[in-house]
Write a protein that binds this ligand. Structure first.
Ligand code: IPM
Ligand code: MN
Length: 346
């Protein structure tokens, strides 16, 4: 249709600042009428009311076409409270089983790697991180806390259903790309139960995608390759925790988390998908206009693509690409970067 009904969660720290620039670019690029509803969730609300994600808000969120989220987390809130009860609850409740994280080194962007040597053909891959299972489900517990006999477990939950839908999505994405190559990242030499489930799933689902070549890499080795030979990757599929870790490294080698976008996607459309920069709330620089809004802007591009607005998504990518190519070493404020990219898309 020609309108987008967006839920906006600015969140904590730099979240609202970068989201504002994302919305600026969305307004500039989109022919659609963009309706937005802001939801104040995060540290402030928790301090004021003790609420993280009230059921009534969750119900309202379900009614929107998509959600744009800034960042969640604040040092004044005990670790895990907002992460588990807000961010992860959204991902689980809205069945965001694909956490899609593209990693692309744009021309003109500085990488800590000697790219000419380790990736002469560039870096351009995507990570399909499973989003609803693994050690993130909160299964586990602690005994005898605070004693020398303390014991803690964190159980990684892997279902065939969960792995299979992530793997099938990753194969489909690989089939649509030029190199058509899928790498399973896991640790089946130690995590034998889950590892073998994932391996078998890749083998079985692979039969549906004869054009896609596959490889397997243990996660520890994958961290080496991400630094010494990142060009080898096209599509990576992996579980929730390995995906969390490798996507931070992937962001670091492609210009930093200021540029890394993500989509928490519900491919079945039973609930809205949610787009957010990979970075956190960065409370140390909040309110200073120093945050790079590019990751939030690229998250808007992913949102547009998800809504089938490929032309608008491509225009945002092109504008970001042009802006990055001309950035040099000039220091610009959050709004200056947003203004520049908005001017390039309109
Ligand atoms: C991310 C973050 C989250 C995660 C945290 C904040 C719960 O690190 O989006 O990568 O681990 O998924
Ligand atoms: Mn992370």
């Amino acid at each position: 249709g020609d309108s987008i009904d967006l839920a906006v969660i600015g969140g904590d720290g730099i979240g609202p600042e970068v989201v504002a620039e994302g919305l600026k670019v969305l307004d500039a690029v989109s022919g659609a009428k963009v309706a937005r509803t802001e939801y104040d969730l995060g540290a402030q609300r928790w301090h004021a009311t003790g609420e993280t994600l009230p059921d009534s808000v969750l119900t309202e969120l379900r009614g929107h076409d998509a959600i744009l989220l800034g960042a969640i987390g604040d040092p004044t809130v005990p670790s895990g409270v907002l992460e588990r009860n807000l961010l992860l609850r959204l991902r689980f409740e809205l069945d965001h089983y694909i956490n899609l994280r593209p990693s692309k080194l744009y021309p003109g962007t500085a990488s800590p790697l000697d790219v000419a040597t380790v990736a002469p053909n560039g870096i351009d891959f995507i990570v399909v991180r499973e989003g609803t299972e693994g050690p993130y489900t909160g299964n586990g517990g602690a005994l005898r806390v605070g004693t020398p006999q303390e014991l803690a477990t964190e159980v990684s939950v892997n279902t065939r259903f969960g792995a299979e839908r992530a793997v099938r999505d990753a194969f489909a994405r690989a089939a649509a790309r030029e190199r058509k190559h899928l790498t399973l990242v896991h640790k089946h030499n130690v995590l034998t139960h889950a590892g073998h489930l994932w391996r078998r799933t890749v083998e079985d689902v692979g039969a549906e995608f004869p054009d896609v070549t596959t490889a397997y890499t243990h996660v520890d080795a994958a961290t080496i390759y991400l630094v010494t030979d990142p060009g080898r990757f096209d599509v990576i599929v992996t579980d929730n925790l390995f995906g969390d870790i490798v996507t931070d490294l992937a962001a670091a080698v492609t210009g930093g988390i200021g540029l890394a976008a993500s989509g928490n996607i519900n491919p079945d459309g039973t609930a809205p998908s949610m787009f957010e920069p990979v970075h956190g709330s960065a409370p140390d620089i909040a309110g200073q206009g120093k945050a790079d809004p590019t990751a939030a802007i690229l998250s808007v591009a992913m949102l547009l693509a998800h809504l089938g607005r490929d032309d608008e998504a491509n225009r945002v990518h092109d504008a970001v690409s042009a802006d990055l190519a001309s950035r040099g070493t000039t220091v610009r404020s959050t709004t200056q970067v947003g203004d520049a990219i908005a001017a390039l898309v309109s």
